[in-house]
Ligand binder design. Structure first.
Ligand code: SF4
Ligand code: FES
Length: 247
């Protein structure tokens, strides 16, 4: 395939950015989206130009490092798919593809397509832990957990912290991420000692980091590569109200 790419280039956090047009040729449909960008970067480097900066690590859909807005959609056109797992077969020959960074006040651009997601780290620091001594791996039945709770906790724990939910939200809210972390720990027996402080502290850290409020638009869950459902935010709200009331 031959493609035209329009990519956001920005030399630094304080610089003005702009879309720059590139042409890439002989792209295999079997390449991942990031491999296609690797090809472009190799050409730019050989020509003595600055390669396009973008985040990535595992390239297996599990680390949460990658994240691009592709044709206006966080992580691109395939549902429940990270940018690194998106393949070029989902595009057509001679397509023009717009590639931008996450756009959110809480995620300032560092360079080109790289944004600073340390606001998520501050939310985790505020309460994403348990104090129960874990010791070595216990017997599987040592602490019984109801099956439905175990399933919901596991679903919430699949959040990889990519930030697509924030990029897609018209309010720039980080509520789906925060709710996933609160739900993961709050449903398990080991997470009970800090349950009340956790939800209050993590929501406060969320608001301090300049994320917007949640108005239930559902854009977050639509782009989430792990399919974290909106009901997770419902759980957060219930926990938050109980904790605020001192119960
Ligand atoms: S909730 Fe989904 S979109 Fe948001 S950070 Fe977690 S995995 Fe990414
Ligand atoms: S690079 Fe790890 S999830 Fe995409």
């Amino acid at each position: 395939m031959n493609l035209t790419l329009r990519i956001w280039r920005q030399t630094g956090p304080e610089e003005k950015g702009r879309m720059v047009k590139y042409r890439v040729e002989d792209v295999s449909p079997d390449m991942s989206f990031l491999e296609m960008l690797d090809v472009l970067n190799e050409e730019l480097t050989l020509a003595g130009d600055e390669p396009v900066a973008f985040d990535h690590d595992c390239r297996e859909g599990i680390c949460g490092m990658c994240g691009l807005v592709i044709n206006g959609v966080a992580h691109g056109p395939e549902r429940a798919t990270t940018t690194c797992q998106l393949h070029m077969r989902h595009f057509k020959d001679n397509d023009t593809i717009d590639i931008e960074p996450w756009r959110a006040r809480a995620f300032p651009v560092v360079k080109d397509l790289v944004v600073d997601r340390s606001a998520f780290d501050r939310i985790i620091q505020a309460g994403g832990y348990i104090s129960a001594p874990t010791g070595s791996a216990p017997d599987a039945h040592a602490t019984p957990v109801p099956k439905a709770d175990a399933d919901d906790a596991f679903e919430a724990a699949t959040c990889i912290g990519c930030g697509a939910c924030v990029a897609a939200c018209p309010n720039g809210s980080g509520m789906l991420f925060t709710a996933a972390k609160i739900t993961h720990l709050g449903l398990l027996p080991q997470g009970q000692p800090e349950r009340r402080e956790r939800v209050l502290d993590m929501v406060a850290a969320h608001d301090d980091a300049d994320f917007g409020g949640c108005t239930n638009t559902g854009e977050c869950t639509a782009v989430c590569p792990k399919g974290i459902p909106l009901t997770t935010i419902g759980r957060l709200n219930a926990d938050f109200l109980r904790a605020s009331a001192g119960r």
